[in-house]
Design a protein around this ligand. Sequence first.
Ligand code: KG4
Ligand code: ZN
Length: 334
Amino acid sequence: MTQIILAIESSCDETACAIVKDGKEILSNVVSSQINIHKLYGGVVPEVASRIHVENISCVICEAIEKANITMDDVDAIAFTQGPGLIGSLHVGVQAAKTISWLYNKPMIPLHHIMGHIYANNFICDMQFPLLALVVSGGHTEIVYMKDEFSFDIIGTTQDDAIGEAYDKVARVLGLGYPGGPAIDKLAKEGKKHYDLPLPKVDTLYDFSFSGLKSAVLQLIQKEEKKGNEINKADVAYAFQEVALKSLISKLMKAVENYDVKQVLLAGGVAANSRLREIITEKMKEYPNILLTIPPLWCCTDNAAMIGAAANVAIKYLKTYDLSLSAMPSKEMG
Ligand code: KG4
Ligand code: ZN
């Protein structure tokens, strides 16, 4: 039976609504980005983000319905990001979802934001289990083992900063503005091997650490400035990116060796990184029997279509009419 999901995403600084049919066909996908406003402050200001969500959410939802050329009668369920994320931002999406659910008597599907990033890969092809997902975003750096379509075993995670957070912080130190990931990605292409940065050391097999690397960049800049040397920003971006991605990929490849999987996928905003896409594609050539999927650029960063894709699976497990649901800024996967 056809399943039409109205999906809402408002966990950080994008107000988004999408209409997704059967988890694959995107009837509409509206994203209202606040980046230009947060750019002025050098990062996301939570209070500002939630106010803008309040201003935009109704228009974004109406536009998604209009563009999909459907009515609320056609919608089977309302999916939304329940967490993790900024509390004030999440509240706006959760409240909108509950209101629509109550008004039209539609079930809700409360989702973990990262599930959205993972199931975005369904837009490329059917996911094959068991699989390993490398989740790389502004808030998460994880290796997730999925035995089947709705089980999430986090086998590795960051002990401090998320990789996207490290990109953003290093970009700020280099004066590249917000968001830092795309800026470093671009600038690193003009850089060369010049500066040495230490590879993060983490004793556990699949865990990560990025805060030491971030501090090492800061120290490198201060040292060069003290010596009166002009910093080559492109070379710093290059050095940071090579070391960060090396530590990321080496952990993932250990997991690929040790777990018997049919698919490896990328998920999250940092999956848009051109160098990461290049390295992982190269490395996975050693495993021709494992399918590698990388989401298209448009659905690496936050959007609601990915929430619709996740909901198509999650509806079997999480469907609810419970209007006492609320935002969960530290929600855990599962
Ligand atoms: O998934 P996302 O949109 O939001 C979260 O769930 O956090 O990810 C945002 C993160 C930011 O840290 C941003 O700098 C990073 O993804 N990012 C990138 C690139 N595009 C976005 N990092 C590296 N290279 C990129 N091209
Ligand atoms: Zn995200």
